[in-house]
Design a protein around this ligand. Structure first.
Ligand code: BGC
Length: 781
């Protein structure tokens, strides 16, 4: 794959420029793009060898090849397409309900029954504005897992894979077939309302987790949907915002997680995004959906629209949109709301009558329609739905699923500060503990919107601490301290606030130790709107300050998806934990970390800026006149902080343990795979030793620094990582194999990935700013 010049073109096909002067979306002819490759695999005119080439659509023999589960999916698709009428095909590119694709009972084609996700199963009965209401009868009680950013903080691909599997079991138990997730959009700005859903700021980390999740879900025959394709990184005017982004940034930062999910994970579906990219809505961007996704990345399965994100018929179908959602009467009812249209929602463009009319007018070719429908059919076959429909009736919250939710919540907690080993707390030496804060007695399991799961139960920090200390003689005193914004009619009254603060300070002053759980919740941090500030809401800074003044042994716990400004109190805070939104088992997970039943092993999947203005995209957010310029380019997250020497509050990859680790013996061996080939990668090994007195888990992070590049490159980039569990004194050799993707950059001229010969530096450490070992790697011409 690698030429001697070390130019390896990921897109073996000449994909036309990402900045087309005339958009291909308008074209009604099949152009010479990589999509032809995918068109070919289901073209009904292909000699596919399934027999019965002149089938009468009305007559379906019992032994029709498409019914044969033993045949490859593509052969079944080709046979089935030949038996479908044009009307049937036209009906399949739009849904039949809020979360159902269109079935064709005559041919035994089932509807794909979807459910929202990705952090567990949410309702499928209507939009989150209806099903999210407290007491809504449309709620589905399912297992609530930690949010995406929390899962990313585990850096544990095996666990994310188990989570994907468990969620898929929930999906099947509830009689559904598809989960709308994972969300793999990059955390570009710390105010994005949906940061909690995604896997953080680094494309490599997000990619590894996306592959793990997709494989876990698909191993159960459930369809995931990797979303939102692409560059959907703010909620501000999400239907109308036009993202200006260059080809290299798109490829190096915003596409890799999708690429990994598609190429390695074999994802069965991808959801397009609401926003526009360089002037074209993602849902009708042929360059994006057909050129890049289906061509360059070789995606063979179907693209589903985000709910209400289509704006045309022929251009959308021709762009490579395979399934418009929602559909049927629910879509018509929903789109009748003028307020929605006002916000830029749009849909019902791919209804059967509209699609048929465009086919008849020659604006959509039958080959194109076959491609769109064939992709949906392919997934119906691949997932086994055609042969074994999901019937529901299984269980949610099985002991295994709950164990995954608990393990994930525990591993996700990041210890950010621990002066004088305040943590873990020793129950034997403790007499009293004050548990304070608006997030201590209420279980804030997740952010709001389409991902918010209604669990059957959720254990809040206070309840879990009470459970842990029951029968020990340690007294637990609770004080609310502050009501969460929007939760009390009296919240604006100064005397009310003063009383709560006083109670909190009093509780803290009379306890050995104070635990203050602060943060946000789903009414503040949610889909559909961004945060207006990085500061903690509802005067919680004041609360922390008051408690710390009353008791210097204060442990602050953050319960939120996004970073918060900490400048007012961080210097006086001896211990700080980030528990994110941890799902239904977050409380017990926190208690386990506080009392040392588990050692903290989470690491930050995002950089935490000191203040919003320090964050890389602050100057280019949210944009003007509905345009947002990704002018910071590649310099997202630590790529910015570390290259431009801006000190964050806490760096990417950071997290303490209750023990310490030593790194030694870094060896870097160039790897030549083929005879006569120059380097195709490297094997890197090192030894990690637990040098403390407690068992613990280290996350070894490997970064590659390119010091010789002709072009601008971030000072280093994460290219591998591994969790290593070690007993006191134990050591382990960790080995990584790096292929050329660890050294390459996207060359917009060549439209491919390029490695420049020269000396790279392999850096290994415990965060992007704590590099413990370095060694050169010579990459020869
Ligand atoms: C969200 C998607 C979600 C869909 C269906 C949209 O508003 O952006 O992530 O899956 O609704 O609820």
């Amino acid at each position: 794959m690698c030429s001697p010049r070390l130019v390896f073109i990921a897109a073996l096909f000449a994909v036309s420029s990402f900045f087309p002067t005339a958009t291909l979306a308008q074209s009604n002819t099949t152009v010479a793009t990589p999509a032809n490759r995918t068109d070919a695999f289901i073209s009904p005119s292909d000699p596919i060898g399934v027999g019965d080439q002149s089938a009468d659509p009305a007559h379906i023999p019992a032994n029709a090849p498409f019914k044969n589960a033993g045949l490859p999916a593509d052969k079944r698709v080709a046979d089935l397409l030949k038996r479908m009428t044009l009307e049937e095909k036209a009906s399949m590119v739009a849904g039949s309900g809020w979360m159902e694709s269109t079935p064709i009972p005559r041919l035994g084609i089932p509807a794909i029954k979807m459910a929202d996700g990705p952090l567990g199963v949410r309702s499928w009965a209507g939009s989150s504005s209806i099903t999210g209401l407290p007491g809504s009868p449309l709620k589905v009680l399912s297992t609530s897992y930690p949010s995406g950013v929390a899962m990313a903080a585990t850096w544990d691909t095996e666990l994310v894979n188990k989570e994907g599997k468990a969620i898929a079991q929930n999906v099947k138990a509830l009689g559904r077939d598809m989960i709308l997730g994972p969300t793999v959009n990059i955390n570009r700005v710390p105010l994005w309302g949906r940061n909690f859903e995604g896997y953080g700021e680094d494309p490599y980390l997000a990619g590894r987790l996306a592959v793990a999740y997709v494989k876990g879900v698909q191993s159960e025959g459930v369809i995931p949907s990797v979303k939102h394709f692409a560059a959907n990184n703010e909620e501000f005017e999400r239907h109308r915002i036009d993202v200006k982004i260059d080809d290299r940034t798109l490829h190096e930062i915003y596409l890799p997680a999708f690429k990994a999910a598609v190429e390695e994970g074999g994802a069965w579906s991808v959801m397009s995004a609401y926003n526009l990219i360089n002037g074209v809505h993602c849902g009708e961007d042929r360059e994006l959906l057909t050129g890049i996704l289906k061509g360059e990345l070789g995606f063979k399965n179907f693209v589903v629209s985000d709910w209400g994100s289509t704006y045309s018929t022929a251009p959308t179908v021709n762009a490579g949109m395979d399934l418009e959602m929602p559909g049927g009467q629910p879509a018509q009812n929903w789109l009748a709301d003028p307020a929605l249209l006002e916000r830029g929602n749009s849909g019902a463009w791919l209804t059967a009558d509209k699609v048929l009319a465009e086919v008849k007018a020659g604006k959509i070719s039958e080959a194109q329609l076959d491609d769109n429908v064939g992709r949906i059919l392919r997934v119906i076959f691949l997932s086994g739905l055609f042969d074994r429909p999901h019937t529901g009736g299984g269980e949610v919250n099985t002991p295994e699923q709950v164990a995954v939710a608990r393990q994930a919540a525990t591993e996700s907690i990041v210890l950010l500060k621990n002066d004088n080993h305040l943590l873990p707390l020793n129950v034997k030496k403790l007499h009293s503990i004050a548990v304070i804060g608006p997030n201590s007695a209420d279980a804030r399991t997740g952010g709001g919107g389409s991902s918010l799961v209604a669990p059957k139960y959720a254990i809040a920090p206070l309840e879990a601490i009470n459970n842990k200390l029951a029968g020990t003689g340690v007294s637990v005193k609770f004080a609310l301290g502050m009501t969460m914004q929007g939760e009390s009619p009296d919240e604006m009254k100064p005397e009310f606030k003063a009383r709560l603060l006083e109670e909190a300070a009093d509780a803290a002053a009379h306890a050995d130790v104070a635990v203050v759980v602060v943060g946000r919740y789903d009414k503040i941090e949610h889909e559909g709107a961004d945060l207006t500030t990085m500061d903690l809401p509802a005067g919680q800074d004041e609360l922390i300050e008051a408690v710390e003044k009353a008791n210097p042994r204060t442990i602050v716990v953050l319960n939120t998806g996004n970073p918060v400004t900490m400048t007012k109190w961080i210097d006086k805070t001896p211990a700080l934990l980030d528990m994110w939104y941890g799902g239904q088992e977050a409380g017990p997970a926190l208690a386990a970390i506080l009392f040392g039943d588990a050692a903290p092993s989470g690491r930050l999947p995002v950089s935490m800026p000191k203040e919003f203005k320090d964050s890389p995209a602050a100057a280019n957010y949210p944009g003007e006149n509905l345009h947002v310029n990704y002018a910071e380019g590649l310099y997202v997250g630590y790529r910015y902080f570390d290259t431009k020497n801006v000190e964050p509050q806490f760096p990417f990859g950071f997290g303490l343990s209750y023990t310490t680790f030593e790194y030694s013996g870094l060896r870097v061996t160039p790897l030549a795979l083929a005879k006569g080939a120059s380097h195709t990668g490297a094997v890197v090994s090192l030894t990690v030793r637990n040098s403390g007195w407690r068992a613990g888990t280290e996350v070894v992070e490997l970064y590659v620094h390119d010091g010789h590049s002709k072009i601008d490159r971030p000072v280093h980039e994460l290219k591998a990582f591994r969790r290593v569990e070690l007993k006191p004194g134990e050591m382990q050799t960790v080995a990584f194999t790096l292929d050329s993707s660890a050294f390459s950059y996207w060359d917009p001229e060549k439209k491919g990935w390029v490695v420049e010969p020269g000396t790279f530096e392999i850096q290994v450490g415990a965060s992007s700013r704590d590099i413990r070992l370095k060694a050169p790697l010579e990459w020869k011409e």
